[in-house]
Design a protein around this ligand. Sequence first.
Ligand SMILES: Nc1ncnc2c1ncn2[C@@H]1O[C@H](COP(=O)(O)OP(=O)(O)OP(=O)(O)O)[C@@H](O)[C@H]1O
Ligand SMILES: N[C@@H](CCO)C(=O)O
Length: 307
Amino acid sequence: MKMVKVCSPGTSANLGPGYDVFGLALYEPYDTITVMKTDDSNDNDNKITITMEGEKCEEIPTDVDKNTAGVVAKKMMEDFDISDNIHIHIEKGIKPGSGLGSSSASCAGIAVAMNELFDLKLSKLELTQYASLGEAVAAGAPHADNVAPAIFGGFTMVVGYEPLEILHTPVEFEVLVALPNIQIPTKEARELVPKNIPIKDMVNNVGKACGMVYALHTNNIELFGKYMMHDAVVEPCRAPLIEGYSEVKEKVKDLVYGITISGSGPAIISLPKKEHILEVKKIFKETWNCPIYYTKVGPGAYVLESK
Ligand SMILES: Nc1ncnc2c1ncn2[C@@H]1O[C@H](COP(=O)(O)OP(=O)(O)OP(=O)(O)O)[C@@H](O)[C@H]1O
Ligand SMILES: N[C@@H](CCO)C(=O)O
């Protein structure tokens, strides 16, 4: 096999009280990652070369050690003693710094592509481990709550980091995502999160997170959305970064099942009530005049083509 092309989904992490734990794979937006074996060793003798196109790709480094896909590919080649030269082409469909897992879509996509191209037979957990290494480059920490849903699809919970433990639930529901034209690098957003929190806030978040998992397993989207809106720890620190968010959350609280900041923002994810979708879209548009995705929970990264 010489070439593999992979579709890798955008993801929404945290989902309110699930900071660094909960994640959801979205049907769109997505990145497309193509990896091919190249015969000639390039002039700078790099075994890996990267090209990019699409959403703000000019802002993304193509240096192997600075691009999340390059970091993951390099580690996999070292671990499996792969001597081929490869070229990675990334079509960015997910805006970097969006809160929709742009960096992690590249991490997950390359891990799946390398697994296929070199027939490594890695499990989804092993692929998530490799993909999380790329997140360390983008966000300063190997948080796995975006790469886990980008690999597993559906709803995922990172229940342990040492060792990595992922629980996965296939879920199907619609989401309405607004993408305000603000850039919030995850690294900066993570610095706002308090290092110590009152025990009452921990009790609140654990309780609401448990309620969300119970709601998913009893197919109760209303309950899931209700608890999603009660994060006492992270959202209060980050809401001020997204002008208009607190006002919008108040305005739409009875028009959606739930609404919260997606990942480190600025994207906002909501669970729409069909009868109010147009009203909510109008409020998003009037507030942010930005792209809006009316989409649904989707699968993890998958192979589009291999030859
Ligand atoms: N292949 C890549 N795709 C996207 N971003 C990349 C990639 N490689 C490196 N980066 C860097 O990662 C940063 C984007 O990651 P960041 O985590 O800040 O945003 P995000 O992944 O879109 O949002 P979030 O993680 O909050 O969902 C940018 O600084 C970008 O330059
Ligand atoms: N849990 C991470 C997700 C980033 O998308 C954070 O909020 O920093």
